[in-house]
Design a protein around this ligand. Structure first.
Ligand code: DX5
Ligand code: ZN
Length: 219
């Protein structure tokens, strides 16, 4: 089974963002995860189009953009132009999921749907066959470095089942509190793509940590 490790640049040292991203790229990161926060959907503000462009220029890997914003449709064109390969919107911020998934895909970009911890899986039941990625949030979005929410494991397992039943080969990504302590259980439950901020950028050797995390995704 494919395993992808996606460092979250939110935890990078912003004094040297380009170097930090290039370091992950050279260190075997599969995707680069970019967290866009608008201060409305989540309380904090992060960054926007300029940082996506910077990530695109600093890496040859998939640029995985996680939109924690209200009215995400206002950003699709600019962010695809800036170099996003995947745009993930939150179901809680997108009442017209069918339309928005199709719009992202029409721009030649992969479309993901993220679910907050308290959001039931059933909101994506009808669109499971058309999404390219499902992102299970294992913390309440807004900040890096939070504690993993244990009940996410069961939700990942049910998401795997839902995708299998829909005959979907969508990516199953998990985001929040992923570390040496939590990654194996998420993998066992059926996740294939693991976002990690603090665990990677907080490590003494971030490149080695990517491989440690990957190495834990085995029986
Ligand atoms: C949280 C963000 C995450 C965050 C993960 O709102 O979506 O991507 O950066 O950071 P860690 O791995 O430190 O929980
Ligand atoms: Zn994220």
């Amino acid at each position: 089974m494919t395993v992808r490790i996606a460092p979250s640049v939110l935890s990078a040292d912003f004094r040297k963002l380009g170097q930090e991203i290039a370091m992950c790229d050279a260190g075997g990161a599969d995707w680069i995860h970019v967290d866009v926060m608008d201060g409305r959907f989540v309380p904090s503000l992060s960054f926007g189009v300029k940082v996506i462009e910077a990530a695109r220029r600093s890496s040859t890997k998939v640029i995985d953009v996680h939109l924690m914003v209200v009215e995400p449709e206002n950003y699709f064109d600019d962010y695809v132009k800036a170099g996003a390969d995947v745009l993930t919107i939150h179901a809680e911020a997108a009442p017209h999921l069918d339309r928005q998934i199709a719009r992202i895909q029409s721009l030649g970009c992969k479309a993901g749907v993220a679910l907050n911890p308290a959001t039931p899986l059933s909101v994506i039941e009808e669109v499971a066959h058309m999404v390219d990625l499902v992102l299970i949030m294992s913390v309440n979005p807004g900040y890096g470095g939070q504690k993993f929410i244990e009940y996410s494991i069961d939700k990942i397992a049910r998401t795997r089942l839902l995708l299998d039943q829909a005959d979907s080969d969508a990516v199953l990504e998990v985001d929040g509190g992923i570390s040496r302590d939590t990654i194996h259980r998420c993998w066992e439950a059926g996740a294939d793509t693991f976002v990690a901020g603090n665990a990677i950028f907080g490590a003494a050797n971030p490149q080695a940590e990517i491989e440690v995390l990957r190495g834990l995704c085995v029986e």
